[in-house]
Design a protein around this ligand. Structure first.
Ligand SMILES: O=C(O)CCC(=O)C(=O)O
Ligand SMILES: [Fe+2]
Length: 211
């Protein structure tokens, strides 16, 4: 996977979206070859290497499983497709810092698999002053996702109004300010694969981008 087919134009669109409405949806962010390389990298992982969102200490387990049932695995950059994706995100991080002064220090991301019927109920990825996550990215890895297969990402505005319904088609990137947009994943009729990631700052109470 190379970064060559990605023009700086896509990056410019992402910066503009975050500076403006605070979010954007970018179909074709990765081309089908790049997307397939990541999908193969993910599906090559044996099941036992995935963490079930509901599994943890007894108390957490029950609470957690009520809001999400996906299975995840952190990317550790040990394969070529992971390295390429993380390099791309590092480029994006530099642009956010140079152009929007966001003070992002690092990026963490995990593969996520939602099996048939799995969901992630409405939530925020960060709470003001309590998290160092500033910017969320979600990249979908699914080939030929049909409208009747469910699994959409619903994104709400800060007054709770529905804003977008995103089909998890391979290569589409969604990017939004983590504190501002509640969102949820609807159950799907087939396995749904993605990479969810977060750009982070060092200090959770450092001033947030206010646009
Ligand atoms: O997969 C998605 O569309 C969103 C996942 C998500 O909200 C999360 O992992 O926090
Ligand atoms: Fe989320």
């Amino acid at each position: 996977m190379t970064t060559a087919p990605l023009t700086t134009c896509v990056f410019d669109d992402i910066i503009t979206a975050i500076a403006g409405p605070g979010m954007g949806i970018f179909p074709g962010f990765l081309d089908p070859g790049q997307t397939a390389a990541l999908r193969r990298d993910f599906t090559a992982l044996p099941d036992w290497q995935l963490t079930h969102a509901g599994i943890g200490r007894e108390h957490d387990h029950h609470n957690n499983e009520r809001i999400r049932t996906d299975k995840t695995r952190w990317l550790d950059g040990t394969t070529v497709p992971q390295q390429a994706y993380m390099a791309l995100m590092a480029e994006l991080q530099q642009l956010f810092n140079r152009q929007l002064f966001m003070g992002l220090r690092d990026y963490e991301c995990h593969y996520a698999r939602y099996d048939q019927g799995d969901f992630y109920k409405k939530h925020l990825d960060a709470f003001r002053g309590r998290s160092n996550r500033r910017l969320t990215t979600v990249l979908y890895l699914n080939d030929d996702w049909q409208p009747d297969q469910g699994g959409e990402l619903l994104i709400y505005g800060d007054r709770g109004e529905p804003l977008h319904r995103v089909r998890p088609e391979g290569g589409t990137l969604v990017c939004f300010l983590s504190e501002r947009f509640p969102h949820e994943v609807l159950p799907a009729r087939r396995p749904r694969l993605s990479i969810a990631g977060w750009f982070r700052v060092d200090d959770p109470i450092a001033p947030t981008l206010r646009l």
